[in-house]
Design a protein around this ligand. Structure first.
Ligand SMILES: [Zn+2]
Length: 87
């Protein structure tokens, strides 16, 4: 089973041409990501196998070249938050 994006209504995998990002190891960052997803999936709980796809992050927020996967976490939350409010 390939990993898929946990965002509500998304569920994309690498086969859809996105990059999947594993939830951060840092507990505070992990909770932040989980909370973002819970805005639309109230009873959902993240696991260490949860991933979000690159559709939820602006390209300008990636550090260096893809697919290094290094994100500026603070900035990417702003984007993620914004995406959910405009939908
Ligand atoms: Zn997604």
């Amino acid at each position: 089973m390939p990993y898929h994006c946990v965002a509500y209504g998304c569920g994309k995998t690498v086969e859809d041409g996105v990059t999947l990002f594993k939830f951060p190891k840092d507990p505070d960052e992990f909770r932040k990501w989980e909370k973002q997803v819970q805005r639309t999936r109230v009873k959902w709980a993240a696991t260490h196998f949860s991933h979000l796809c690159s559709d939820h992050f602006g390209k300008e927020y990636f550090e260096g070249k893809l697919p290094s996967g290094a994100l500026k976490y603070i900035s990417c939350f702003i984007v993620f938050y914004y995406i959910y409010y405009i939908l």
